[in-house]
Design a protein around this ligand. Structure first.
Ligand code: SAH
Length: 246
């Protein structure tokens, strides 16, 4: 029986892969991956490594999680070194925990290999620090993708009145709704918002606006994209660096 490495691939820039992730990718007998931040990483695999793709471009059409769990499990019965590669960090909206539980229940050894999460690194490449002394003392990372069948929001919007920086992942398709909800709980219409598309890659684009204006400005940006809400967005004027270089 093999061992499964639930591995973070980082946010896009291949150099943001950890040394540990690179080591297991090079040792892997099989790599199970989905819509990866950077498919170039797969070129690091050894000759003869098998690749299993478990997703499509559009995140709504990935294999059901139960089937992915089973693919990983079956791979562990067949191969020694199994790498389950995920964008960013495997446990930040990566469902790595579910995969770990599934393997544990079947007696398969696994390890988590943390990755640099897009939630922090993508704003950072756009010159937006998620915390900044004197501006905000905390940040939260929230899913913008809620279960469709629920008729009420699972997000406790009332808790979001604080000055935390709020980073929404998987939220571009609900940008309008997110901004409306934040205005509804009392945030100013002029509150700064950034949408960053394809962060840390040569195609990175950042659009800045307010809760009132951002939807019209950013709705057509390509995915993956994340949303940053908070005064820290204004620091980009002094801190933007990466988009100047590429
Ligand atoms: N585990 C991942 C997040 C998975 S959820 C991590 O830690 O980064 C997928 C969401 O992450 C996307 O919908 C998008 O909001 C965000 N994301 C991932 N890579 C991104 C990138 N390069 N640029 C902008 N957003 C990104």
């Amino acid at each position: 029986m093999g061992k499964v490495y639930l591995t973070g691939a980082g946010p896009g820039d291949i150099e943001l892969l950890t040394l540990k992730a690179l080591r297991v990718i090079r040792e892997a007998d099989v790599i199970i991956y989905d819509r990866l931040a950077n498919p170039e990483i797969l070129k690091e695999a050894k000759d003869g490594c098998a690749f299993v793709y478990v997703g499509k471009e559009d995140s709504h059409h990935t294999l059901p999680q139960e089937e992915i769990n089973e693919v990983i499990y079956q791979s562990a019965l067949k191969y020694d070194v199994v790498v389950r590669l995920k964008g960013g960090d495997p446990l930040v909206f990566g469902r790595g925990g579910e995969e770990g539980i599934y393997l544990r229940e079947r007696g398969i050894k696994f390890a988590f290999i943390p990755g640099i999460t897009s939630a922090i690194a993508v704003p950072e490449y756009a010159g937006i620090p998620v915390t900044h002394r004197g501006v905000t003392v905390s940040f939260r990372v929230v899913t913008g993708h809620e279960s469709k069948h629920k008729d009420h929001s699972q997000i406790p919007w009332e808790n979001y009145k604080t000055d935390d920086t709020i980073i929404f992942l998987m939220g571009l398709h609900r940008l309008d709704y997110i901004c409306q909800m934040l205005i509804k709980i009392g945030k100013s219409k002029d509150h700064p918002v950034a949408v960053i598309s394809r962060g840390t890659t040569p195609e990175e684009r950042t659009v800045i606006g307010t809760l009132e204006t951002i939807y019209e400005k950013a709705k057509n940006l390509p995915t993956p994209a994340l949303i940053v809400v908070g005064e820290v967005v204004n620091l980009r004027e002094q801190l933007s660096w990466f988009e100047k270089e590429v």
